[in-house]
Design a protein around this ligand. Structure first.
Ligand code: GLV
Ligand code: MN
Ligand code: MN
Ligand code: MN
Length: 418
């Protein structure tokens, strides 16, 4: 930390602070291919949270955890006032990219630190308090569903249900948070507004040579959890007509999901991303397969139609593969717009800074998808090279990272004035 007054720092010095800190944080869970492997409450996630905690504490923020492991760093400027929260998530997918989420938490921390220094120097008191948040388990890879921390914070998910959720090895969220020293109490600070910046994870900004995406809505999503029930038997000796092959049924589901997406192309996206096969042994016909299917569209009617088709296909598959399919909707959200005022505010800040911007939808879910339903929220994107994400090759150019944080800082400053 330098002792140079904030107003004397050059843009280059501010950019350097950001890029150096990003490099430091990307070392937690770094993979040889340039990504990170930092699933919720694994050792690298815990270590990175500790690093973020000391970074913020050294700068005068008070760090606390709520009952579901959301990490808040608070700077009380106006006693008793609610907080403008800036943040995202630092957990990653297995073998994921280092920008997804982590960039947004660091952007929040850097913006908050810039504003804290500015207020300290000018003696200005804003209307609201300033907070940074690192939401617990946004990715939902180790513990489902995704966006767990912000779902509990916003009252969309019961805290006890979240705490009881177990990973594939039976470790619960409560146990993992306790072991990581991240299990707090209470339901977090009161928010006045929320802002998040994230990489696009798509190619629209790059294809249109735009620096800033102003998110106006999230695609609707349905995430299904199927259990295909069959009967365990010998892969060699069981007569074909007698087989109740759960993996055959699950495979038909994978194909059906794709055919449904193709029939609405390009408006519906679907994929099965995970299957758990029991007992998963080479000479055993699977008795049970758990299948996670993700379906999204910007058009809620199409999600409904795709869902109907999926039910028809399930009935066919049960007959042809001689299995029984059980279905749960594990997580769903509708197409709800973001507050237009946030979009317009960010557009005008982009103009002031001479940055190109455009309205955009997010296909991926973000914690702001939850937050926008309870407080005025702003969601911003910076470009992803070739749209690559949930992949170690995920990349955003340093100049775009820096431009995003400059814009984000000014947006946060405006939100702090109410
Ligand atoms: C979470 O990031 C999602 O898009 O499901
Ligand atoms: Mn993310
Ligand atoms: Mn992600
Ligand atoms: Mn996400």
């Amino acid at each position: 930390m330098t002792s140079t007054p904030f107003s004397a720092l050059t843009q280059d010095q501010l950019d350097q602070e950001l890029l150096t800190d990003f490099e430091t944080m990307s070392a937690f869970g770094a993979t040889p291919a340039g990504g990170v492997d930092r699933e919720a409450m694994t050792a690298p996630d815990v270590e990175q949270r500790r690093w973020m905690k000391s970074w913020l504490e050294e700068r005068g923020f008070t760090v606390e955890y709520d009952r579901v492991g959301n990490q808040f760093a608070l700077l009380e400027l106006v006693p008793g006032a609610p907080y403008v929260l800036l943040g995202s998530h630092m957990d990653s997918q297995p073998l994921g990219g280092k920008f997804d989420g982590a960039y947004g938490v660091l952007a929040g921390a850097e913006a908050a630190w810039r504003l804290a220094r500015k207020f300290a120097e000018t003696g200005h008191t804003p209307k609201y308090n300033l907070g940074v948040v690192n939401w617990f388990n946004e990715e939902g890879s180790r513990f489902q569903p995704s966006m767990m921390g912000s779902s509990v914070y916003t009252g969309k998910m019961d805290a006890d249900l979240a705490l009881k959720t177990a990973d594939l090895s039976g470790i619960t969220v409560a146990e993992a948070l306790e072991a990581g020293g991240c299990l707090g109490t209470g339901s977090g600070p009161e928010a006045a507004a929320y802002a998040e910046i994230h990489i696009e994870q798509g190619r629209i900004l790059e294809d249109t040579d735009t620096t800033i995406g102003l998110v106006e809505a999230t695609w609707a999503a349905q995430k299904y959890h199927f259990i295909v029930h069959g009967e365990q038997s010998h892969t060699g000796s069981t007569v074909i007509a007698d087989r109740e092959d759960a993996l055959l049924g699950a495979s038909h589901l994978v194909i059906a999901a794709r055919e449904i997406a193709d029939s609405f192309a390009p408006a519906v996206h679907t994929s099965v991303g995970q299957m758990v096969i029991l007992p998963n042994s080479p000479v055993v016909v699977a008795r049970e397969v758990r299948v996670h299917l993700d379906m999204r569209s910007a058009n809620e009617d199409l999600v409904k139609k795709a869902d109907e088709l999926l039910h028809e296909r399930m009935a066919e598959i049960e007959k042809t593969a001689n299995v029984r399919i059980e279905k749960d909707t594990a997580h769903a959200w509708g197409l709800l717009p973001y507050d237009e005022r946030g979009v317009e505010l960010s557009r005008s800040v982009a103009e002031e800074l001479g940055l190109s911007s455009r309205n955009i939808m997010t296909v991926a879910g973000h914690d702001s998808t939850n937050m926008k339903d309870v407080v005025p929220s702003v969601m911003l994107f910076v470009p992803s090279v070739e749209g690559i994400s949930h992949n170690e090759g995920e990349y955003t150019k340093p100049e775009d990272m820096c431009a995003g944080v400059n814009l984000f800082t000014r947006v946060a400053e405006r939100l702090l004035e109410g």
